[in-house]
Design a binder for this molecule. Structure first.
Ligand SMILES: C[S@@+](CC[C@H](N)C(=O)[O-])C[C@H]1O[C@@H](n2cnc3c(N)ncnc32)[C@H](O)[C@@H]1O
Length: 401
């Protein structure tokens, strides 16, 4: 039970530092961040904990074997020499995925096939049965990562990606992934720093607001879903349930002792708003947890003396109150939004996550910080604007030094 296992947790690129902090708090050791993920060691409980409580990870994998390769025959041999039968019997359905960095292999598809054959042939030698393949709903996923000359085989512990918290039903146009939303909130200092208010004036399906509300209330992201490790042989279901209930209770008790910020937001389209309200309820939040309102972002008046705005503003186009599409770049919209920040959000800090790297110029404000974050392959920035009285003047002076 206390045996240390090797793991890898994948995450959005740019979020590794926050994932590292989370993993440390779960008791992980030997933590090493790479681009797009973090490797670590820990007991099975640490692996459970990461699945249950990480807001940043998109998947947690156990590292099973690793070796050098020259050809796909070596990949086959590595797969065949790995003790898959310790984790699943031949009835478990299988999906194999291969990712590569600087690999000389001609075809990853062929590499995938060879690894799959290695696994299946091992089962055939043991009990005469080859597992069947199911790419849609496999009971187990194997991931292989190949570099220039090395291959590592991993067994997935998560199942559905961890950003799927189990509450999203309808999707609006382009919802943020929940773990990217959580990353932006952590870049903005949550959950340790508790502002008076958290707000998102372009809330869409409500991802940032719901993630923030769950975070400050200590509601664990994996509390409502199941995980692939539950299908492993010898899975200690009772221990897991006890562990999960205890962690959920602990997190909520800790959070309840802290200040609860007001959580406010809105969107211009009624359709997005009704999805957001529905999603918040499905996430298990009480009705009053988030104050939603239908509003043009430009029509907000100061919702309080201080707070943190976290938002993923529309890029390329925006909508007017009648739901007509208006191209944002051609409008006075962004300078007006900048003016709104200065006039109505004095005392606030605003974090804008966008793929539009020119946004600060468009809103005519100078960012205090810019944090690179990737939305899948798309390079984005989290721009931070401090809206304190006098900030501009100080910055102007510094510029002249
Ligand atoms: C990039 S999406 C935000 C997605 C959101 N973060 C989510 O996870 O669902 C931008 C949102 O801004 C809204 N929007 C566009 N123009 C707006 C305006 N003038 N005022 C308020 N909201 C607007 C759109 O309806 C859309 O839902």
């Amino acid at each position: 039970v206390n045996q240390k296992l090797g793991f890898f947790a994948a995450c959005p690129r740019g979020a590794e530092e926050f994932l590292t902090t989370e993993l440390k708090s779960f008791g992980a050791t030997d933590i090493l961040a790479t681009g797009g993920g973090v490797s670590f060691n820990g007991t099975a409980q640490v692996g459970w904990h990461a699945n249950l409580a990480s807001r940043i990870a998109s998947r947690v994998l156990q590292r099973l074997s690793s070796g050098f390769y020259h050809s796909t025959d070596d990949l086959y041999a590595l797969a065949k020499s790995t003790a898959w039968e310790l984790f699943h019997d031949s009835q478990a359905t299988l999906r194999v995925d291969v990712s590569a960095t600087r690999s000389p292999l001609q075809s990853l598809q062929f590499a995938t096939l060879r690894i799959k054959d290695g696994i299946c042939d091992r089962y055939r030698d043991i009990d005469g049965q080859r597992p069947s393949i199911d790419t849609q709903n496999p009971t187990r996923r194997v991931l292989a990562h190949v570099t220039a000359n090395q291959c590592t085989l991993y067994l997935d512990w998560s199942g559905d990606s961890l950003f799927k918290r189990g509450w999203r039903r309808d999707a609006n146009d382009a919802p943020l992934k929940e773990n990217l939303a959580a990353t932006l909130l952590m870049v903005a200092g949550l959950p340790d720093q508790r502002p008076q208010a958290i707000m998102d004036p372009f809330c869409g399906s409500g991802t940032l607001l719901i993630e923030a509300a769950c975070m400050v209330r200590g509601m664990l992201p994996g509390g409502k879903r199941r995980f692939a490790f539950e299908d492993q042989l010898g899975f200690a279901a009772t221990d897991w349930q006890r562990f999960r209930d205890k962690q959920m209770h602990l997190a909520q008790t800790r959070a309840a002792a802290l200040k609860q910020p007001r959580i406010i937001g809105g969107d211009i389209t009624p359709a997005a708003l009704s999805i957001a309200i529905d999603n918040a309820a499905r996430a298990g939040l009480p009705d009053n947890a988030i104050e939603f309102r239908q509003s043009d972002a430009l029509h907000w008046q100061s919702p309080g003396e201080s707070g943190v705005m976290v938002t993923n503003p529309p890029y390329g186009e925006r909508l007017d109150m009648k739901g007509r599409k208006v191209i944002a770049q051609d409008e006075r919209f962004w300078p007006e939004f900048g003016t709104l920040l200065k006039r109505q959000f004095n005392g606030w800090q605003a974090w804008l996550l966008t793929a539009d790297l020119d946004l600060p110029g468009k809103i005519r404000l100078k960012p205090k910080r810019r944090t690179p974050l990737f939305n899948g392959p798309i390079e984005c920035r989290a721009f931070c604007f401090d809206m304190y009285v006098g900030t501009k003047r100080v910055e102007a002076k510094l510029d002249n030094v």
